[in-house]
Design a protein. Structure first.
Ligand code: GDP
Length: 300
């Protein structure tokens, strides 16, 4: 079994490829961006992983369900209720089921398993913890939840720091620890190192388990830019260089192999870890399958 640590966007793209090679996957997913909106719990990264692995994700945005409509969202606005997030009608059905199960007392791990089964996903999809953790961005204009920073303010505010509120009380779930103990290796997908992967690493029990495992990281930074999203600004705020080497620095305690893009092949070589190069931009499933084949070789 292979463990994959995931946020949204880059890693769900990669998982579309990996699932073509094996069903023995446990995806440990960031929950620090979760929020309650209009009465329902939204888990943006869990939803993207489920939708990508079920083949229903909207590939033009890498969130939400393809061909979704926004009738309820528009109707709420007509009635003077401004939802802070664009939520599609099909997507909302997922959130309703999750929230009802949570209100009945099921854990987030159980509700996620129930949801992924309804979507026919074979892989295990595991929230990093049960406790609530919130990514808070400290800006010159005060602190705000990551979703407010990214959606309302479009990531434009100057960032001073990022903190994970509540993480000191968060413990990796039993399922996460079992998966990490049993797996033959861990892939950290090309997700935002600060807002997607650091929360997972900060949960009690995860970091120490990675030290004895083979850990392969796919860089979300190509040259000195991410493919999408605010990773550059957030890495700078945390004091990391915006480059594949800056990504490696985040993971240096347990990193074995860093996969950089072909365009960064000048970095290939042996440091305290190995750097290898391969085309890492996934324009479609074929690219993701090729990248997954390349990565899996290091776990054999
Ligand atoms: P956010 O969008 O920054 O909040 O974070 P996510 O964890 O959702 O993932 C976004 C990351 O995925 C960004 O840092 C991108 O650079 C990376 N990404 C998206 N698509 C690709 C891709 O095709 N290849 C690679 N290597 N990285 C990607």
């Amino acid at each position: 079994m292979i463990c994959v640590l995931s946020g949204g966007t880059g890693t769900p793209k990669f998982l579309q490829g990996l699932k073509e090679l094996t069903e023995e996957i446990a995806v440990i997913v960031n929950t620090a961006e979760d929020v309650w909106v209009s009465g329902n719990k939204i888990c943006p990264d869990i939803d993207s992983v489920i939708y990508a692995m079920a083949g229903v994700i909207d590939e033009s945005k890498w969130w939400g369900i393809k061909n979704d409509t926004f009738i309820t969202h528009s109707r709420l606005r007509e009635l003077g209720f401004d939802e802070s997030m664009m939520i599609g009608d099909l997507d909302r059905a997922t959130h309703i089921i999750r929230s009802e199960l949570l209100r009945k007392g099921y854990s987030l791990t159980e509700t996620t398993r129930s949801l992924k089964n309804r979507f026919g996903v074979k892989a295990e999809i595991l929230p990093m913890c049960e406790e609530e953790v919130a990514t808070i961005v400290l800006t010159k204009d005060g602190e705000m939840h990551f979703q407010e920073f990214w959606i309302k303010h479009k990531g434009e505010k100057e960032v001073l720091d990022v903190v994970f509120r509540g993480v000191e009380k968060a413990k990796a779930t039993k399922d996460v620890l079992n998966a990490l103990d049993k797996c033959k290796g861990v892939v950290i997908g090309p997700s935002n190192p600060i807002t997607s992967i650091l929360p997972i690493l900060s949960v009690k029990g995860v970091r120490e388990r990675l030290i004895d495992k083979k850990v392969i990281v796919i860089s979300p930074i190509l040259g000195n830019k991410p493919v999408s999203g605010p990773a550059a600004k957030l890495m700078k705020a945390k004091g990391y260089e915006v480059s594949p080497l800056g990504v490696a620095e985040v993971y240096k305690d347990f990193l074995n192999v860093l996969v950089v893009d072909e365009g960064d092949k000048g970095l290939v070589g042996f440091y305290e870890y190995e750097i290898v190069a391969f085309p890492t931009i996934m324009k479609g499933k074929d690219d993701a399958v090729k990248l997954a084949e390349f990565v899996v070789e290091f776990l054999i």
